[in-house]
Design a protein around this ligand. Sequence first.
Ligand SMILES: Cc1cc2nc3c(=O)[nH]c(=O)nc-3n(C[C@H](O)[C@H](O)[C@H](O)COP(=O)(O)OP(=O)(O)OC[C@H]3O[C@@H](n4cnc5c(N)ncnc54)[C@H](O)[C@@H]3O)c2cc1C
Length: 408
Amino acid sequence: MVAAVSEIGDALLARLQAFMAAHVYPNEALYEQQLHAVPGEVFRVPAIMDELKAKARAEGLWNLFLPHSSSGAGLTNLEYAPLAEEMGRVYWAPEVFNCNAPDTGNMELLDRYGTEEQKRKYLLPLLEGKTRSAYCMTEPDVASSDATNVQTRIERDGDHYVINGHKWWTTNAYHPNTAIYIVMGKTDPTAPTHLQQSQILVEPGTPGIRLMRPLSVFGYYEPPKGHGEVIFENVRVPVENIILGEGRGFEISQGRLGPGRIHHCMRIVGQSERLLEQMCRRLLSRNTFGKPLAERSVWQERIAEARIEINMCRLLTQHAAHLMDTVGNKAARSEISQIKVAATRMGQRIADMTIQAFGAAGVTDDFGLAHTYARMRTLRIGDGPDEVHNRTIARLELAKYKPPREKK
Ligand SMILES: Cc1cc2nc3c(=O)[nH]c(=O)nc-3n(C[C@H](O)[C@H](O)[C@H](O)COP(=O)(O)OP(=O)(O)OC[C@H]3O[C@@H](n4cnc5c(N)ncnc54)[C@H](O)[C@@H]3O)c2cc1C
């Protein structure tokens, strides 16, 4: 059950639920069929995706994630939470409403920090769902959970910047519609640590870019988006492609990650609800040693734990969203980190429990559970590993009790 937050949010939620029931759930099998229809053609967009996008857009269920913006539904983060939760129930559904990662984070970045020309060229087609985008921060050669380690160089040469670097885990690198990369790199390695990095817009077809290979997540290549390893070798882009100016990269990535992180958590709550539903139905339908599995106390205990954890995570998500709306992303950073850790751990635990309830069937692709587990596990690393978020939470907590002279 989702808490009512506003009339506009409730009305949109009812329309979204009706759309999911009429068009998304009935097409889950078709989506998978179309995705894998052509052997050897891994990264293809299923035709049903484009059909559903057109329908959702026509019904005004589009760009619901953009808060306080004329380009989107103008919802607050708190109002958006139940909508993202609903979409999260089917892993590919967020894209139907143009609300999927990593494009939402990239659109928000361009909306907030882009020039009018950058918005016209790159944001508009993204908002229309015609193109996709990628965010290139992580590098294989350095521990990228600390973004100050990023080594890619972005050097000014007349009216161009020249980019040299090695990235990986570039989500959407293989999506056939990806039209723009946002690349993070150092413009001035001698500047103070947090002013060395910049972000720049690079079109995928620019000479010097090499897509090395798609990376697999526990064996899944996650089409149609894919996660790519990408080399940038003397890639030249016009100076006007820099976002916000040299040395502002760190500031931009902080602004981008807050909303992106909480959107993941909202969707995880929805995905976990779906798992719990699958688990209960399965346990009710199968018997061992003379009675339904659902009557075994061990399973009742697990079901209860799952219910408690989902409800706790939903409330913490809503609390963090409310703080983002009222005191801002920076002041809400402990709560954003708290829910990033709590929701991903909860999702992984419930996915694991559901697989156990299904027995061997759980580790096949027949019920989507193995892939769901892989996604949940992965989210404990993507957008910052648990330890890095716990570090943020602990530092903010400790700061409350430090003697004044030790406070920074
Ligand atoms: C499916 C998926 C999609 C992704 N998509 C993108 C994308 O689109 N764009 C992009 O740029 N990146 C993306 N990433 C990369 C992701 O953001 C990084 O993997 C993440 O930031 C961690 O960086 P790293 O892999 O270099 O790990 P490292 O920084 O090498 O860290 C390794 C481990 O060290 C531990 N650790 C780190 N810091 C601390 C600490 N302070 N205290 C204790 N332990 C610590 C953690 O356990 C961590 O897992 C994606 C990753 C995945 C798995």
